[in-house]
Ligand binder design. Structure first.
Ligand SMILES: Nc1ncnc2c1ncn2[C@@H]1O[C@H](COP(=O)(O)OP(=O)(O)OP(=O)(O)O)[C@@H](O)[C@H]1O
Length: 249
């Protein structure tokens, strides 16, 4: 379980996060949604330690990540998998080498063990046959799958996905969402996804947190998303629906 408590972050005199709290549970795919510039990525970066919050706590199964010493921070980091926007694959490495990379960096497993584990993860994301290919030879959806395989190769307790659907067509997006949700359930991972994608919100949002100007204005599950009495949320959903309809015309 991940708990965030009263996270605040300002850049200069601009307050980006104005005290955000919430809980993310194992086996749940939790979404953070909100308009552009509302602080979603900054919140995610505070959670994974790329940005230090000015105030607040991030607890990983009760362990305070913000105040942790180097040793504990490293221990918690090893339990995280991250799927970055744009997949962030190494162009000069094969698909299998990309997936193997965290094992090369962070473990003392033998080469045979690393290859076995990387192949297992590739199979799990439906790419068992693609290990020898180069990233330039595969589609955007396949690249996301490779990114997911790499994010789970260390068997993470916590998985973070930043806009996993960016640049994908609607059908591929749904497949990627379903894969993230299935893996979360199967391995009981605590998964946090940042998304703009209306389909994702309706399909996989077991728990949704809506950010607006650095504050959490609403949270709930996707069945309640379209029935809130929060004007900012309704406006956000309406704008996204319009966008979706325009894209499908
Ligand atoms: N390192 C930084 N230094 C200064 N300002 C920053 C920094 N990182 C983010 N910001 C500002 O914080 C605000 C929130 O950014 P953030 O990337 O979290 O938005 P977002 O909700 O993820 O938006 P989007 O959906 O467009 O990615 C933006 O105005 C951004 O310019």
């Amino acid at each position: 379980m991940i708990e965030i408590k009263n996270i605040r972050k300002a850049f200069g005199d601009r307050e980006i996060l104005a005290g955000v709290s919430g809980t993310f549970k194992p086996g749940d795919t939790s979404l953070i949604i909100g308009g552009s510039g509302t602080g979603k990525s900054v919140l995610l970066k505070c959670m994974i330690g790329l940005i230090k919050p000015d105030e607040g706590e991030v607890l990983y199964d009760g362990r305070n990540f913000v105040k942790a010493d180097k040793e504990l921070q490293t221990e918690i980091r090893r339990e995280m998998g991250v799927l970055f926007q744009g997949s962030a694959l190494f162009d000069s490495k094969t698909v299998l080498e990309n997936v193997r990379f965290p094992l090369d960096m962070l473990t003392d497993m033998s080469m045979a063990e690393k290859i076995e584990r990387a192949e297992f993860c590739l199979q799990r994301v439906g790419l068992g046959e693609a290990g020898d290919r180069m990233p330039s030879e595969i589609s955007g959806g396949m690249k996301k799958r490779v990114g997911i395989a790499r994010a789970i190769v260390m068997n993470p307790k916590y998985l973070f996905c930043d806009e996993p659907n960016s640049g994908l067509d609607p059908l591929t997006s749904i497949k990627i969402d379903q894969l993230i949700s299935e893996i979360t359930d199967e391995f009981q991972i605590t998964t946090v996804v940042i998304t703009h994608d209306m389909n994702s919100m309706l399909e996989i949002g077991e728990k949704i947190m809506f950010l607006y100007q650095g504050q959490k204005l609403w949270e709930g599950d996707n069945s309640k998303l379209t029935h809130s009495n929060i004007p900012e949320l309704n406006e956000f959903i309406y704008a996204n629906k319009l966008l979706r309809e325009t894209e499908h015309q």
